[in-house]
Design a protein around this ligand. Structure first.
Ligand code: HEM
Length: 256
């Protein structure tokens, strides 16, 4: 008689093998870090696109992040700390996501055949998320590294010079497309997974969520492209004075 059977006959209870809680915890952490990054990206776009309103407005936003109301003229330290926190969450999220990647070419091929055969929309979305996620490993890391090493060099002219004269627009176009699809699909999948906005009718809510996902991607892409064009225009006009900091029109006090 095995040890399990002896315990069973003595206690009358069936021994259940303990299932590890680690995969569920990692899944939760992946969802939580993904949600944090998706919300961050919405605010990031709002801040970056202030350039569409005016140079002065974008300048005042950067100065607020530099806590210029505490430190005279602003400091790059709080900006550096914020970027470092986002970068850590970004790396942790990518690390957790690696568990879900197909681990061999054969596995990826089987997944594609399965998706084609089933013609299952959500499986296709998952594949788009894996591909854009893979691209973000590289594109996102480059951007975050450049921001970390330039945390005191963000502003209407500094950013426009980087986008135009330093040719960062090429990276930003790819990053924009990858992040907006990845983020919107991620939010859709999170809502389906955790049953948010379900209201008792899963099928109907899924259709609505899919629509919301397209709208979110569309709005963010449009705003992102318009913002990039604005930085390009300013960067082209400012090319002869590359490196010169912006001086606000309203209040000539701080420079960046
Ligand atoms: C705290 C961290 C971050 C800061 C401070 C930051 C800051 C900025 C700034 C100032 C710009 C304007 C261009 C420039 O100055 O070079 C920009 C553009 C951009 N950033 Fe970030 N960024 C951060 C994190 C991220 C992350 C994690 C992503 C995505 C993975 C991202 C995606 C983009 C994209 C796509 C653009 C181009 C926006 C457009 O199309 O107009 N950023 N970022």
């Amino acid at each position: 008689m095995s040890q399990e059977h002896i315990v069973e006959s003595l206690t009358g209870k069936t021994m259940q093998k303990r299932k590890s809680r680690i995969p569920a915890r990692l899944d939760f952490l992946q969802s939580a870090t993904g949600l944090f990054l998706a919300i961050f990206m919405i605010f990031h776009m709002l801040f970056v696109s202030t350039i569409l309103i005016s140079k002065d407005f974008m300048y005042s936003v950067t100065k607020a992040f530099e806590l210029s109301f505490i430190f005279e003229g602003g400091s790059s330290v709080p900006v550096f700390i914020s970027i470092a926190i986002v970068a850590l969450v970004f790396v942790f999220h990518a690390f957790l996501a690696m568990r879900k990647f197909p681990i061999s070419y054969r596995e990826a091929l089987r997944l594609k055949t399965h998706s084609d055969l089933m013609n299952h929309g959500d499986t296709k979305l998952w594949i788009v998320q894996v591909v854009t996620g893979f691209a973000l490993f590289f594109l996102g890391s480059v951007h975050l590294y450049i921001m970390l090493t330039n945390s005191g060099n963000i502003g209407p002219f500094a950013s426009a010079d980087r986008v135009y004269s330093d040719m960062m627009w090429t990276l930003y176009i790819l990053l924009l497309v990858a992040v907006e699809f990845h983020g919107a699909i991620g939010l859709y999948r999170l809502s389906v997974k955790w049953g948010w906005f379900e209201n008792g009718n899963a099928k109907e809510s899924r259709a609505k969520l899919k629509k919301a996902k397209w709208i979110l991607s569309g709005v963010m892409l449009t705003l992102g492209v318009a913002t990039l064009i604005a930085y390009m225009k300013i960067g082209a006009e400012h090319q002869a004075n590359y490196g010169e900091k912006y001086t606000p029109q309203v209040e000539v006090k701080n420079e960046n």
